[in-house]
Ligand binder design. Structure first.
Ligand code: AMP
Ligand code: MG
Length: 492
């Protein structure tokens, strides 16, 4: 029973220095842990066949499906601010591209499928824990409506990987609208290969920004497009309390999708300085720093594109600066309108920004849970009788009482009815996010006890983040003090 992948590969047709042709390394005894059936269907793949022994071998890199043209992509990147001229897919292999049911081209990539010419000192493998974490969080982000790479499958390899200890090995099948990163542009720019930069830009325009092809200055418009998508993406992250954790330029997607779920985490109580990643010692990628870092990463992209803007360096730099100046505008518009939605404000008024900021400041001072505050505030839209559950989230509930008076004054001259406002707020303020303590517990059950039931349960809950799911009420709860996760690890 052969598994048909309707491949239509384009990246593999770019010049040979864009990638290395390399096949996955076969593994001993693959075992399918999870298949994302709805996503498979959306990609034009037969889920039953993918779940068959042959399909599992493909998802484990033991067999290549017909039409695959496996490559490891070349890229560079700034890691924590330090430039590394050659990174590349050290443990990922792009099998090929398919066109999904919406007509969007999607990469199908195996992550953890063995060494490539870009592996440096790494083993090319992934451990089960990080694979399940990426599966959970990427699918949660998709359900929240945030642009992200997706997870099609997780398989165990039957082999172990050596990290600090020996761990079960696994492979994730990642689906992305492409794997081109800021670091991909940096790879060619760092080599002075302007022709490579241009070819990559043309590929990206055709694939992600077709509307700019006919613009007066297409490369300038490309930069503006990437800036706008990144600005909107980071605003979306802030609005759900997401902390990426490793916003290196090689983890910044040109398509505007969230990519590379290493030490990422959602914050529980609101604190803009929150950092979870064990390797982010200086807090470079702290929650509130993310917009600044995105702009920094985009500035690196702009530098790569300078030679395409103009032969005159001054003119090129001026053009880049004018595009980069748009970041703040797009970010602020997206973030402020998102906050207004979270507060149930259908119209925009002077003072809204201060109203939202004062709530956030009050939450920070009172260790109020970010997700639950906004979710329960949705109920408070019905009136002061419904304030109890949200005010209890504040260490000093009277701080909430002071703030909520202003919110009620402001909403009084809004067009929505209290019921309408509550419904609008419930559809934008999730109840269920992948809380760290839940994710860690799921990984522990899987890795130490070979028990995947908690993983399945968590995926079910997170697939409907905006719905009350009374049977799963405990999943909405913040951690007890002893359950709190203070650090997350990449596990690479
Ligand atoms: P990441 O921190 O996952 O974004 O990875 C940064 C770089 O390290 C990329 O070039 C990866 O391909 C590479 N890398 C991470 N883990 C491994 C591994 N186990 N084996 C080989 N390369 C790796
Ligand atoms: Mg990466």
């Amino acid at each position: 029973m052969t598994v048909h992948f309707p491949f239509q590969n384009t990246y593999a047709e770019l010049p040979a220095n864009f990638f290395a042709r390399v096949a996955p390394t076969p593994v001993s005894s693959p075992r399918l842990i999870k298949l994302n059936r709805p996503l498979a269907l959306h990609l034009g793949l037969d889920p039953d066949r993918l779940a068959s022994p042959e399909g599992t071998e493909i998802l484990a890199g033991k067999q290549l499906p017909p039409g695959a043209d496996p490559i490891a992509m070349a890229y560079a990147g700034h890691q924590f601010g330090h430039f590394v001229p050659q990174l590349g897919d050290g443990r990922a292999i792009l099998l090929g591209e398919v066109i999904d049911a919406d007509g969007v081209r999607r990469d199908i990539q195996l992550k953890g499928s063995g060494p490539t010419p870009f592996s440096r000192r790494g083993d090319g493998r992934a451990a089960l824990g990080p694979v399940l974490r990426e599966y959970i969080v990427s699918e949660a982000m998709a359900a929240l409506g945030i642009p992200t790479t997706r997870s099609l499958a997780a398989v165990m390899t039957g082999e172990s990987v050596l990290r600090e200890t020996e761990l079960p090995g696994a492979i994730l099948t990642r689906v992305a609208s492409s794997h081109v990163r800021v670091g991909t542009f940096q790879y060619f720019a760092a080599r002075g290969d302007t022709d490579g930069v241009r070819k990559l830009a043309d590929h990206v325009i055709a694939r992600h920004y077709p509307q700019v092809a006919t613009a007066e200055r297409p490369y300038h418009a490309l930069l503006e497009g990437v800036i706008a998508r990144q600005a909107e993406l980071v605003a979306r992250w802030l609005l759900v309390g997401f902390i990426h954790g490793v916003m290196n330029t090689d983890n910044t997607s040109i398509s505007g999708e969230t990519i590379d779920y290493g030490p990422c985490a959602f914050m529980d109580h609101y604190d803009p300085a929150t950092v979870f990643s064990s390797i982010d010692e200086l807090g470079r990628y702290a929650y509130a720093n993310q917009p600044r870092i995105a702009l920094w990463n985009l500035t690196r992209l702009a530098e790569c594109l300078l030679p395409l803007f103009s032969d005159q360096q001054d003119k090129a730099i001026e053009e880049a600066q004018s595009a980069l100046a748009e970041f703040a505008e797009v970010f602020n518009a997206a973030y402020q309108s998102g906050l207004r939605n979270k507060l149930g404000l259908a119209t925009a008024r002077d003072g809204d920004q201060a109203l939202a900021q004062d709530l956030l400041d009050t939450m920070a001072k009172n260790q109020a849970d970010f997700t639950l505050t906004f979710r329960r505030l949705s109920d408070a839209a019905l009136g002061p009788d419904h304030d109890g559950s949200v005010r209890d989230l504040f260490a000093d509930p009277s701080a909430y009482d002071e703030w909520v008076v202003r919110w009620r004054q402001r909403t009084a001259d809004e067009p929505l009815s209290p019921d309408g406002r509550r419904n609008a707020m419930l559809s934008t303020n999730p109840l269920f996010i992948p809380r760290n303590h839940r994710v860690e517990a799921v990984l522990e059950s899987a890795v130490s006890h070979d028990d995947f039931a908690p993983f399945e349960r968590l995926l079910t809950v997170l697939s409907k983040p905006y719905e009350d799911q009374p049977a799963f009420a405990e999943y909405a709860q913040p951690p007890q003090p002893h359950q709190r996760v203070l650090q997350t690890f990449c596990g690479t």
